[in-house]
Write a protein of this length. Structure first.
Length: 68
């Protein structure tokens, strides 16, 4: 199990949180996603045999929240 901590400066509200958590949670290998609106932080726990940090960052960017 690997952990990825990112900052996405475009996070501004609960809708952003729900969108990110919902979309990233659907990725194969992702077991936990926590988004903290106040700090604009994204915490992802994932199986590095099923996905990569680069794929998670790409998905985040695809949904409109690129990592800083």
């Amino acid at each position: 199990m690997s952990v990825l901590d990112l900052t996405a400066n475009d996070i501004s509200c609960g809708h952003c949180k729900a969108t990110i958590e919902g979309d990233l949670a659907q990725m194969p290998g992702v077991s936990q996603v926590d988004v903290y609106v106040d700090s604009k932080a994204v915490h992802v726990a994932y199986d590095d045999g099923s996905t990569t940090a680069e794929a998670i960052k790409a998905k985040l960017a695809d949904i409109g929240y690129p990592a800083a």
